[in-house]
Design a protein around this ligand. Structure first.
Ligand code: MYA
Ligand code: JJ1
Length: 388
């Protein structure tokens, strides 16, 4: 069934429920001198390239490959359209390796036709912090599909991760592979219902008119929580304490330090938005919410080309109820002209989704670990990890 994945150190379907198998690494590290020193072979006419995402030209090529060939919904109506600024942010966290930003070109024309990336992350699983690669942006040009290029891309990124003495990875996919550590549901909160209905992202509910629908999703003009403001650089230590403590409650979660928080959570225009609640008296940071910007191309529509979507990232509430905090996040996103606010049912998100008028989408997201076995699949609420 899975000719490639059956050969890999991942939880296999046949092993589900086998409680004799130990939790933790499936294979042990080997000496770096024994890691294959040359790249895997590509089919004739193709070559590996290490991408310099800071180069305007390379970033353009990656952007264009993804904009035309990356993830679509099941009816091919929308395709993720990650911005160049987003790609630079996603690919250059503290301690990143340029060698993990891997392209494939046609030798003769130099056209980029495939891509895969890794970035380093410390991920805690139960009480073990594991140095992992987060693998993302696996993409093969539409004209080169089903030729078994993806397994070569995956083996090559694995080799380059091993060369940095890392032996585990985390990744998400919309498809079922051996074997998910968790399966999460996408939820969507309409901010601009008229456009969403026009472009086929959502439908008019039964016994609903357009004007009733617009009224249903109306939000206040301004945020409600006193002390709600944008995160700033001087907030990094306080936000780090808040988020570390919060993430300690989940079975799988990133182990963020101050450098990670500065990179992943400090606001960047059009990429990542972060807000917090500071007590007017003590200036103590008690609550936090964040979302990233990931537009989708609308495929073959007359009037609209782009759907502007916000994706819930990390949120922490200790004083402000999570429901109120996320309602303020919706108000901010509406103000910034997003069409829809998306969230997964991870962490404590279930406590606000229905009440804030999110509806379940038709997409699921499966989470995976490479070379790390987990005895039981997690509930989404046990997962403290959001990948981009
Ligand atoms: S998820 C986003 C993936 N990208 C897209 O969906 C974009 C649109 N699609 C494409 O570009 C292609 O369809 C892709 C497959 C490239 C996905 N993850 O070359 P093939 C297996 C893992 O003939 P193609 C993301 O970026 C498939 O089951 N494996 O197929 C995270 C089959 O294997 P098997 C996948 O359609 C990526 C084989 O590939 C995926 O031309 C994490 C077929 O290859 C998928 N999303 O190309 C990667 N889709 O026969 C793993 C298909 O066994 C990282 N396949 O069933 C693992 C950790 C590595 C680092 C380890 C360090 C220690
Ligand atoms: O966005 C998604 N679905 C939308 C659009 C569906 C269009 C037809 N297929 C959706 N809309 C309904 C919204 C509605 C609003 C009012 C309340 C009720 C709901 O369901 C889906 C997620 O649901 N997205 C995708 O399918 C994109 C791919 C998801 C897998 C991503 C894999 C990423 C890998 C990263 O490493």
């Amino acid at each position: 069934r899975h000719k490639f994945w059956e050969t890999q150190p991942v939880g296999q379907f046949k092993d589900i429920g086998d409680s004799s198998l130990p939790e933790g690494p499936i294979e042990l590290p080997i000496p770096l001198s024994e890691v294959k020193q040359e790249p895997y072979n590509l089919p004739d006419h193709y070559e590996w390239v290490t991408c310099d995402i800071n180069s305007e030209e390379t970033c353009d090529e990656v952007y264009n490959l993804l904009a035309h060939n990356y993830v679509e919904d099941d009816e091919n109506m929308f395709r993720f359209n990650y911005s160049k600024e987003f790609l630079r942010w996603a690919l250059q966290p503290p301690g990143y390796f340029k060698s993990w930003h891997i392209g494939v070109r046609v030798k003769s024309s130099k056209k980029m036709v495939a891509f895969i990336t890794g970035v380093p992350a410390r991920i805690r699983v139960h009480d073990e912090v594991v140095h992992m690669a987060e693998i993302n942006f696996l993409c093969v040009h539409k004209k080169l599909r089903t030729k078994r290029l993806a397994p070569v891309m995956i083996k090559e990124v694995t080799r380059r991760v091993h060369l940095e003495n890392m032996w585990q990875a985390a990744y998400t996919a919309g498809v079922v592979l051996p074997t998910p550590i968790a399966t999460c549901q996408y939820w969507h909160r309409s901010l601009n219902p008229k456009k969403l209905i026009d472009v086929g992202f959502s439908r008019l509910g039964a016994r609903m008119t357009m004007s009733r629908t617009i009224k249903l999703y109306k939000l206040p003009e301004s945020t409600i929580t006193p002390g709600f403001r944008k995160m700033e650089i001087h907030d990094v230590p306080a936000v780090t304490r808040l988020i570390r403590n919060y993430l300690s409650h989940f079975v799988v979660a990133p182990d963020f330090d101050e450098n990670d928080v500065e990179h992943w959570l400090l606001p960047r225009d059009g990429v990542i938005d972060s807000y917090l609640v500071a007590s007017p008296e003590t200036h103590e940071v008690t609550d936090f919410c964040s979302f990233y910007t990931l537009p989708s191309s609308i495929l073959g529509h007359q009037n609209y080309k782009i759907l502007k979507a916000a994706y819930s990232f990390y949120n922490v509430s200790t004083v402000t109820p999570l429901l109120q905090l996320m309602n303020d996040a919706l108000i901010v996103a509406k103000h910034k002209d997003y069409d829809v606010f998306n969230a997964l049912d991870v962490m404590q998100n279930e406590t606000f989704l229905r009440e804030l008028k999110f509806g379940p989408g038709d997409g699921k997201l499966h989470y995976y670990l490479y070379n790390y076995r987990i005895r039981h699949a997690l509930k989404p609420s046990e997962l403290g990890l959001v990948l981009l």
